[in-house]
Design a protein around this ligand. Structure first.
Ligand code: EPU
Length: 336
C-alpha cells in the first residue's frame, strides 16, 4: 500500500490522488484488500491497465485495487494469463508460439484483466472470438467464481461487467483463451489486407500480421507512452437502416458497415472529423489531429473536466449536424 495518483496509473494521465492503493498478486491478497475496504466501509475501485478510463481530478477517498499477478499458463492450445499480464505481451508471446486468434489485437494498451470488460476489438477480431472463461472474485458474495463466455454477455465494446449492476463488483484474476495451432491468420479488414498487399505479402504469417497491425496503429494513433489518451473515446454508433440510408445518400463517403442484425455501424471518427472537430482544442484537452475518435492530453495538462466538456461539445455538435448520438466508450470515474 502507498500513495499514488490516477494520473500516474492511467494512459490519459489525468486524475487525482488515491487514499488507499493496493497491488495484489494472488487470491489471498485479493481477499485481504477487500476485507480492509469492507472493515473501513470504503468504496472500491478496481484498476486494470488504466487505458480505458477518464478519472476526475478530485482525490479518491476509497480503496483502489490493481491485480498485478502476471504468470501465463499453457495447456495445449488454451492459454490462461493472469489479469496483470500486459495485453500486448500476451499477443506477442502467443504469436511467437504460432498460436492464432489474437494477432489482430496487437498493440492494444491495457491489461489482460481489462480485456473482457469491454470485449476489446480491432481489425475484425474481438476478444469474445477466442474467449473460453475467466476467474473473478465476487466482492459481494466474498468468493472466487468462474464465468463462461455466455455469462460474460459480450457485445460491441460491452460485457456483463460494464452493466451498472455488476460494475466494480468483480475482480478478474485470470482469463482463458482458446487459440489455434497452425491456423492461418485472420484478415477480415480490407485496410489490413491492402497494407500487406502493398508490401507484396499475399500469405502473411502471424508474425507478419502482428507487425502490420503494429505499424498501422503507430501511424494512426498517438502512443500513450508519449501523448496521454485512452484510445477511441466514443463507440462507433449503430443506427437503423432508414437513418443510415439517409446519411449515405447525403454523404456518399461516410463509412457505414451493415451488421448481421440489419443495423449499420457508422464511423464516429468520420462524423467527428466532418463536424469540424479534428485537432480542435479545449483547455488542455484536444481532439487528436491524426484520428478524430481519440481525445488526447498533449502537454499532460488537461483536467478531467476539460476532457469531459470537450467530449460533450463534440457529441452535441455531431447530433446537431448528423442526428446521430455518440456514446463514450471510455468509462467516467469519480464524477458526480
Ligand atoms: N475516419 C475518419 N476520420 C478520422 C478517423 C477515421 O474519417 O479522423 C474514418 C476512416 O477513414 C475509416 C473509418 O473512419 O474509413 C474507420 O476508421 P478506423 O479504421 O481507424 O477505425 P475506427 O472505427 O475509427 C475502430 C476501433 C479501434 C480499432 C480500429 C481498427 C472502436 C470504437 N474503435 O476504430 O479500437 O483499433 O477500429 O479496427 O470500435 C479502441 O477501441 O480504443 C480502438 C482504438
Amino acid at each position: 500500500m502507498g500513495t499514488k495518483t490516477f494520473r500516474d496509473l492511467t494512459t490519459f494521465r489525468v486524475g487525482g490522488q488515491i487514499k488507499h492503493f493496493f497491488e495484489v498478486k494472488n487470491q489471498k491478497e485479493v481477499v485481504e484488500a477487500i476485507s480492509f475496504a469492507k472493515k473501513n466501509s470504503l468504496p472500491i475501485f478496481i484498476l486494470g491497465g488504466g487505458s480505458d478510463i477518464l478519472v476526475s481530478n478530485d482525490d479518491y477517498q476509497g480503496v483502489v485495487i490493481k491485480y498485478v499477478g502476471e504468470s501465463i499458463f499453457y495447456a495445449g492450445d488454451t492459454v490462461t494469463p493472469e489479469a496483470g499480464v500486459v495485453w500486448d505481451k500476451l499477443v506477442e508471446e502467443t504469436v511467437n508460439k504460432g498460436l492464432q486468434g489474437i494477432e489482430c489485437l496487437s498493440g492494444i494498451p491495457g491489461s489482460v484483466g481489462g480485456a473482457p470488460i469491454q470485449n476489446i476489438g480491432a481489425y475484425g477480431q474481438e476478444l469474445k472470438d477466442t474467449f473460453l472463461g475467466l476467474t473473478a472474485y465476487d466482492i459481494e458474495r466474498e468468493k472466487f467464481v468462474t464465468f463462461s463466455k455466455t455469462d460474460c454477455q459480450f457485445g460491441y465494446r460491452e460485457s456483463f461487467f460494464k452493466k451498472p449492476a455488476s460494475w466494480q463488483k468483480f475482480i478478474i484474476t485470470d482469463v482463458t483463451l482458446s487459440l489455434k495451432k497452425n491456423a492461418l491468420p485472420e484478415i477480415k479488414y480490407d485496410s489490413l489486407k491492402n497494407y500487406l498487399l502493398e508490401r507484396g505479402i499475399q500469405n502473411p504469417s502471424l508474425i507478419q500480421v502482428r507487425a502490420a497491425v503494429l505499424k498501422i496503429r503507430e501511424t494512426k494513433f498517438e502512443n500513450p507512452k508519449d501523448v496521454g489518451n485512452a484510445g477511441s473515446f466514443f463507440k462507433n454508433p449503430i443506427i437503423n437502416e432508414e437513418k443510415a440510408k439517409v446519411l449515405i445518400q447525403k454523404y456518399s463517403d461516410i463509412p457505414c458497415r451493415l451488421q448481421e442484425d440489419g443495423n449499420y455501424k457508422c464511423s464516429a471518427g468520420w462524423l467527428i472529423e466532418n463536424a469540424g472537430w479534428k485537432g480542435k482544442r479545449f483547455g488542455g484537452a484536444q481532439v487528436s489531429p491524426r484520428h478524430a475518435l481519440v481525445l488526447i492530453n498533449p502537454e499532460g495538462k488537461a483536467t478531467a473536466k476539460e476532457v469531459k466538456e470537450l467530449a460533450e461539445k463534440i457529441s452535441g455538435d455531431v447530433y446537431k449536424k448528423f442526428g446521430v448520438k455518440l456514446e463514450p466508450e471510455v468509462q467516467y470515474i469519480g464524477f458526480n
